[in-house]
Design a protein. Structure first.
Length: 215
């Protein structure tokens, strides 16, 4: 397996083409599996379940239709994207189990920053409990998004972890179709970490969750 980290901001359509080419090569036995860490310029993506009404400000940022599962999400500088191209025929041919592993990967990474990332029934992604507001209502914010696609049992797309993105851009969409909860990041939670440190923890958590395959 290859573990790749790209500097700079990677064009979204270029990234999709790269993933599709790599998926085809993996399926043909011509390339290794790949975990690709990168950042995108500011943009919105619409997954296969996206609703037009959830794009609140179409003129704010470029919008890309994408074949991953899920609804609208934001990508931009300060967010660590991890595109994961694995051959599930070498593992468990179960997409739900694969998504659960991605969730475990995010949770294990957050644990290394002394944060408790949590799942929520009926809501894809990883959440942080922010306690109660002044009126005693529970607050929770999303810190990690997951959206995957599988072609002939090879995965692509993956996860997005908010490190220090411009959270104001989430105002242009209803993130993942969920209006009643917010969005946060590591820096927003008071952790002044940089992307290099996040990458170290992602790599160590990958070894923990996926059994040390591939780096």
């Amino acid at each position: 397996m290859e573990w790749r980290i790209s500097d700079g901001l990677i064009d979204y359509e270029q990234a999709v083409r790269t993933m599709e080419d790599r998926v085809a090569a993996i399926r043909a036995g011509e390339a290794d599996e790949l975990v690709w860490l990168l950042q995108h310029p500011p943009l919105y993506t619409a997954g296969t379940s996206a609703k037009a009404a959830d794009l609140l400000d179409p003129s704010r940022l470029p919008v890309y239709q994408t074949g991953r599962g899920g609804q609208y999400t934001y990508h931009g500088p300060g967010q660590r994207i991890a595109y994961v191209m694995l051959d599930l025929q070498r593992r468990e041919m179960d997409v739900r189990s694969y998504v659960a592993l991605l969730e475990n990967w995010l949770i294990a990474t957050l644990h290394r920053f002394n944060l408790r990332g949590e799942r929520r029934q009926g809501r894809v992604g990883i959440w942080i409990d922010r306690g109660q507001d002044a009126e005693g209502r529970g607050q929770e914010d999303k810190i990690g998004a997951i959206g995957v696609r599988v072609r002939r049992w090879v995965t692509y797309h993956g996860i997005a972890l908010n490190v220090e993105p411009d959270l104001s851009h989430y105002a242009g969409i209803v993130p993942c179709g969920i209006q009643e909860h917010g969005v946060t990041s590591l820096v927003d939670l008071g952790l002044p970490v940089d992307m290099a440190e996040v990458d170290v923890q992602l790599a160590q958590a990958w070894d923990e969750v996926f059994g040390g395959e591939g780096r």
